[in-house]
Structures are given as C-alpha cells and as structure tokens.
Design a protein around this ligand. Structure first.
Ligand code: BGP
Length: 460
C-alpha cells in the first residue's frame, strides 16, 4: 500500500529553546524556572544534568540547520525564550537575543525551511515566577506584552506562530503532581493557573490580530484520548472527567472561545472555579485560533475510582484512576503505551466535534532509554523501532486525511537528542544522536528513513 501525502504537507521536527539552546546564562539571558531550580536542587535532575548541557544550538545553529536541510525538512519548530528576550520579564529587550533569533530565522529561511515559532515551552522566567507566575494577572499582562514584541520584532520573518506548548503540563506537573517547579499540589491554584494561561493565550492572539500581523497563530496541545476501561456508566464518567480536565480545558477555549458547561459544573461542584473578571469572556472568545498543533504520545486509560472520594478532591486523580490495560502495546525501551490509532481518533474527533480545524501533528515520538545499545557497526543508531513507530502513526494520519481531516503536517519529537526537564538525556528521541561530551552528531537510521519520507511526501 502507498501512503502519499499532499505536496504542501509540512514535514519536520520540533524542539524548544530551553531544551537545545544552552548558553543558559550568557549574553544577558536570565534564569527561567528550570535554570533556577537546577541551581538549588540539582539532585532532582537525571544524573545531575541541568539545562545548561544541551546540543548548544545557540553556538551551533548554522551546522544544525544544515543538518535539518539534509533531513529534507520543509519546516522546523522551536521556541523563543522569554528570559533571553526580556531578561527582567517586563522591561528592556535584549538586543543580543534579537540578533540571535534573527540569524536563526534568516538561516532557516535561506535553507528553505519554514520556521514554526512557539512563544512559551514551560520556561517561565524566574523573575516572573517570583511575582506569582501564572497565578498572577500581572504576569498574564507581561506575557501578552512579550508576545506582542515578538510579533513586532520577528513578524517579517515568521508567519507560523504558537502561543504555548502543552499548557496543561505546567498545571499538572507544577501545581498538581509535585513534578515541576514550583512543586505545589493544590487543585484550586492549579485551576487558576490554567485559567490565567488560557487568558494569556487569548491576549496574545488578540494582540496578533490587532497588530494586523500576517500569518497564522495557534496553540500546541497535548491531546491524549481518554478511553474508559469498560462501558459502564462509572468508567465512562471517569473517562469523561479526565477528558474534560486534561484535554478540553484548553481545547475548548482555543477552538470555541469558551469552556464546556460540564467542566464548569464539575469545578463549581467542588468549589474550584477561578475568579473571573469583566471582559474575560470576550477575551477568551477573541483567542480562537487559526490552527492547532497536536502533540500525541500515548492515550490515557481511565477507570472509575474503587471508592468515590468523600471530601473535596485534592487533585484530578481523586475523581478517576488511570489503569494499565492488559495486552496494551508498550514501548519496551520506556514505560509508555504505543497506540497508533490514537492519532486517528483525535483527528476524527476534531473533524466531527470541532468543525475540522486546520491542524498538524506538532509532536509525536518514541523515547528510548539506553539507546547506545543500538549503535551498529557503522557507528549509527539502528533504530528500526522508531521507524515502525513513525510509520504506524503516519498510516493512521493518512487514513484520517483520506476521510477529510484538515491535518496538514507531521513533526517528529525531536531533531537532535535533547535535554528534557527532569529526565535530562535518559530518554532519547532524536533523528540525530548527540554525544553530549564531544558534541558529535550522528544521523540515526530513522533520520535517513524520515528524510526519504519527507522527500517523497510519503512511503510504500
Ligand atoms: C513533551 C514536551 C517536550 C518533550 C517531550 C518528551 O511533553 O513538549 O518538551 O519533553 O514531551 O517528554 P519526555 O522528555 O519527558 O520523555
């Protein structure tokens, strides 16, 4: 069977400023929350490797963009670092940062690679976190100013923008899961953080349109379909709550400009609603996107709680449980499920339930622990497992497109193995292997394979 995609289909990969730039304390950049956190609790990070140890894109972007070209990318996503561009969060623009980003964008464009630019990838400037982070409305205003400056400074080069990457992650990991800084566990504060992030997103979209900027603006959401364990009313309700809290809480404002009434009722029932100010409703409505990025890694399997939670829920997981479905296909090199059809289910839901918005798969990928085990005699990683992974997802994407989905591209996570939050280099995702000590890059087997798929706009 031949899987052929349109000629204008976007092929590429994604990364982010905090995960690949390095130079985390150079040329005027201030700390983001991860830089700061590493400075006080390095033992939290896998092998004590912090955000300064990257593939040093800041210094090596020219050869790296040549590599992107060799991989036949027609597009590449990265982010701008707020703490590099405006070191004190609200004040002067750092001209060294402007020069750096302009050089990167010029280089990408010169190579025929369209830059997709995201404004925020978990990397709150520490000075803004100290002022309350997303719990503060002042930080929302500061973010909207930062976004407006980016449109002004880089709008002549960048036509494909995103406000946030996976905005639910800082909520889940930072305010519910004790996993990211500031390591708070508080459902009410988490809801406020999510609400303010949605307002910040909407404010940036409005600023983009008010400025008459040309191009398109969207948001990148990690959509994980929630499948109930059974079709009992209890399991179905549990899966519905998980979906509302973890997917729809950002999807609905982004596409419909408002929240699902069932989500509002659930939060009201538990006295979790955030403070709403005059004008918020209109702002959310103005934040509807032109297009959507979808990050998909694995689904969530959900079941009802054995015992319903009596008092107020402390976290969403007081309302439902995740469970390990027997027989599910697992990534043997990392404990995540592989369920390729999830891509099709997401795209079908968007087509049937949300008016088929223009979208693309902005992240999908396979993390592998101990990937050096797969280095073959030629010195490259023989990652057939990654080729199978990508192919499986592309087959389902193709099917969704045949049925009418408006999905217009596929980006793999990631380009070169990159630093990843607490896991550092534990799970490798790249099309290109990074030797951290020597900084040598070696294209993996999947990189050569993906380059051919991108060149041919498909595969057999
Ligand atoms: C996504 C993030 C990426 C990246 C990826 C892999 O959620 O957008 O930044 O980290 O997940 O996750 P991990 O590195 O934790 O395996």
């Amino acid at each position: 069977m031949t899987y052929r995609f349109p000629d204008e289909f976007w092929w590429g990969s994604a990364s982010s400023a905090p995960q690949m730039e390095g130079a985390s304390r150079r040329d005027g950049k201030s700390d983001n929350i991860f830089d700061y956190w590493f400075s006080i609790e390095p033992e939290r990070f896998h092998q004590g490797i912090g955000p300064a140890q990257t593939s040093t894109f800041y210094d090596r972007f020219e050869p790296d963009i040549a590599l992107l070209k060799q991989l036949n990318h027609n597009s590449f996503r990265t982010s701008i670092s707020w703490s590099r561009l405006i070191p004190d969060g609200t004040g002067e623009v750092n001209q060294q940062a402007v020069a750096f980003y302009n050089s990167v964008f010029d280089r990408l464009l010169a190579e025929g690679i369209t830059p997709f630019i995201n404004l925020y990838h978990f990397d709150m400037p520490m000075c803004m976190q100290a002022r309350g982070g997303w719990e503060s409305r002042d930080v929302v205003a500061a973010y909207v100013r930062y976004a407006g400056l980016c449109f002004e400074l880089f709008g002549s080069r960048i036509k494909h923008w995103f406000t946030f990457n996976e905005p639910i992650v800082p909520v889940e990991c930072g305010y519910l899961g004790h996993f990211h800084y500031p390591c708070v566990v508080d459902f009410r504060r988490a809801v406020t953080v999510a609400y303010h992030t949605a307002l910040a997103h909407a404010g940036a979209v409005k600023a983009f349109r008010d400025a008459g900027a040309c191009g398109e603006i969207g948001i990148i959401l990690n959509l994980s379909p929630t499948y109930p364990r059974s079709d009992t009313a209890e399991d179905s309700q549990a899966a519905r709550w998980a979906d509302l809290l973890l997917n729809k809480s950002f999807l609905d404002p982004a596409l419909k400009g408002s929240y699902d009434p069932e989500l509002v009722a659930l939060l009201r029932q538990h006295d979790l609603l955030p403070e709403v100010a005059d004008g918020d409703k209109a702002q959310l409505m103005a934040g509807r996107v032109d297009w959507l990025g979808i990050n998909y890694y694995q689904p969530r399997r959900v079941k009802a709680k054995e015992q319903a939670c009596s008092g107020a829920p402390r976290t969403p997981e007081d309302l439902f449980d995740f469970y390990e479905m027997p027989g599910r296909k697992m990534n043997p090199h990392r404990g995540w499920e592989i369920y390729e059809k999830g891509v099709y289910d997401i795209l079908t839901e968007l087509r049937l339930g949300y008016g088929n918005p223009r979208c693309y798969i902005s992240e999908n990928g396979m993390g592998v622990e101990g990937e050096e085990r797969f280095i073959g005699p030629e010195g490259r990683v023989e990652d057939d497992y990654r080729i199978d992974f990508i192919r499986g997802h592309l087959e389902w994407l193709h099917r969704a497109s045949q049925e009418g989905s408006a999905c217009c591209g596929y980006h793999l996570w990631t380009f070169i193995d990159n630093w990843s939050w607490l896991n550092a280099y534990k799970n490798r995702y790249g099309l290109v292997r990074l030797d951290l000590a020597s900084q040598v890059r070696t294209i993996k087997k999947s990189g050569y394979w993906f380059a051919e798929v991108a060149r041919n706009h498909g595969f057999n």
